[in-house]
Ligand binder design. Structure first.
Ligand SMILES: Nc1nc2c(ncn2[C@@H]2O[C@H](COP(=O)(O)OP(=O)(O)OP(=O)(O)O)[C@@H](O)[C@H]2O)c(=O)[nH]1
Length: 397
């Protein structure tokens, strides 16, 4: 197989610019702060570095080498900006600018030899790769999914190549300059560069796609006002909990919680204040519940709590604790503190073979209405035995 270096050079540059163009198209219509803009620019900088290195014969050598190295280091800095923007994290200014300044220093007459410059610049760029790798795994701004794996593998490979090159120059295996290692080395560099460009573009596209999928899922399953599971999600959770309890003959309790006289809050303080109260009640529920318990917003001012492996007695204790927490925690609203109470209907005990999520919710609902009728700010319950009557009533119509 013959790998023709000029052809490879043209292919790599064309593919890089084409990728940059498609990424610009993806970013079109997004704000200037979107991560795909610096990524597209980074690819342009990388293509420019290749072009500048190839102009060594036409331009004064020092100008071509300096500009080529600056463009290469700049492309890595821009990639760091892209990752940080993706994470919505702060961009460390020195991490972006210092390497570019160092390229100037390392190419200056301060360096003892051309070899020393070349080795140091390769190590510097490997250091920039390490910054990219550590950004990908920054625990404060986690990135999930396969896109990160693609980027991690690519940056690791590139770090290895840069360090290998530094070692090869240091030990005299290859000379200084892009072409110094001979046509084979150069062909290998171009092939690896093309793999890297394609992988980086694909990695970013994956990350963006996976984030959009996660967001869609959250919007489909989360209540945006309170951050709790929405009706669909908590209903699905309850169906799974019922099936599991039936399989294992386990205990399962359900609480239906309704804020008392909530309409008055909206009427007296306005709808946004009502929203603040909903958030505050949701927070109070979240704080009290254990990790295995499930909670969701079931309707306007109604919440559903599912308590796996919990009998009636335990559910009543928890319901009473939640009632007290909400009563003692008024929602701050401007200069006011809006106090509300809740009525709780509890269905607790074992789950029979004929039970369904609907029958469990209906039982908790019946108990909750008794709590309303009994004067509100109360907990009422339906034990598992009484459920048979509720089920019969549902089936009857
Ligand atoms: N602010 C706000 N209000 C909501 C939301 N969803 C439903 N509501 C309001 O919740 C109120 C429910 O009122 P009602 O069903 O009469 O119940 P209530 O006033 O709590 O009375 P009881 O349940 O009998 O104690 C209505 O005014 C709805 O407009 C919401 O997302 N935000």
């Amino acid at each position: 197989m013959t790998l023709d270096v000029p052809t490879l050079f043209v292919v790599v540059t064309a593919v890089t610019l084409l990728m940059s163009f498609w990424i610009c198209l993806m970013a079109w219509g997004q704000p200037r702060g979107h991560e795909l803009w610096p990524l597209a620019l980074s690819l342009v900088a990388y293509a420019s570095s290749n072009v500048l290195f190839s102009l060594r014969q036409l331009l004064p050598e020092i100008v071509a080498v300096a500009a080529g190295n600056l463009a290469y280091s700049g492309s890595l800095s821009l990639m760091l900006v892209a990752i940080r923007r993706f994470q919505r994290g702060p961009v460390g200014r020195w991490q972006v600018t210092l390497p570019i300044v160092l390229v100037f220093v390392l190419l200056s007459p301060l360096m003892p030899s051309e070899e020393a410059s070349s080795v140091s610049i390769n190590i510097l760029c490997a250091g920039q790769m390490v910054l990219l790798l550590s950004a990908l795994y920054d625990r404060r701004y986690p990135i999930e999914g396969r896109g990160r794996i693609i980027l991690f593998s690519t940056y690791s490979g590139m770090t290895g190549v840069l360090l290998l090159r530094a070692y090869a120059v240091y030990s005299g295996l290859i000379g200084v300059g892009t072409a110094a290692g001979g046509a084979r080395w150069l062909a290998l560099v171009f092939v690896l560069a093309m793999c890297a460009v394609l992988s980086i573009a694909l990695g970013f596209v994956y990350m963006t796609m996976e984030r959009a999928e996660r967001l869609n899922y959250e919007m489909a399953m989360k209540d945006m006002l309170t951050g709790l599971a929405n009706r669909r999600a908590i209903s699905e959770d309850l169906a799974h909990a019922v099936a599991r309890a039936q399989r294992h003959g386990a205990l399962l309790s359900v609480l239906l919680i309704d804020i008392d006289h909530f309409k008055r809050v909206n009427d007296d303080y306005g709808h946004p204040a009502g929203d603040a109260v909903l958030r505050s009640v949701a927070q109070a529920l979240r704080e009290r519940l254990r990790a295995q318990d499930l909670v969701g917003r079931f309707g306007g001012e109604e919440f559903l709590v599912v308590l796996p492996d919990t009998g009636l007695e335990g559910a009543l204790v928890l319901a009473e604790a939640l009632r007290g927490d909400v009563e003692r925690t008024p929602a701050p609203w401007g200069a006011h503190h809006i106090a509300v109470t809740i009525s709780v209907g509890v269905r607790g005990g074992r789950v029979g073979g004929a039970d369904t999520r609907e029958s469990l919710v209906a039982a908790a609902d019946a108990a909750m209405y008794r709590a309303k009728e009994g004067g509100r700010n109360r907990v009422e319950h339906t034990a598992a035995g009484i459920l048979t009557e509720v089920r019969t009533a549902i089936q009857a119509g």
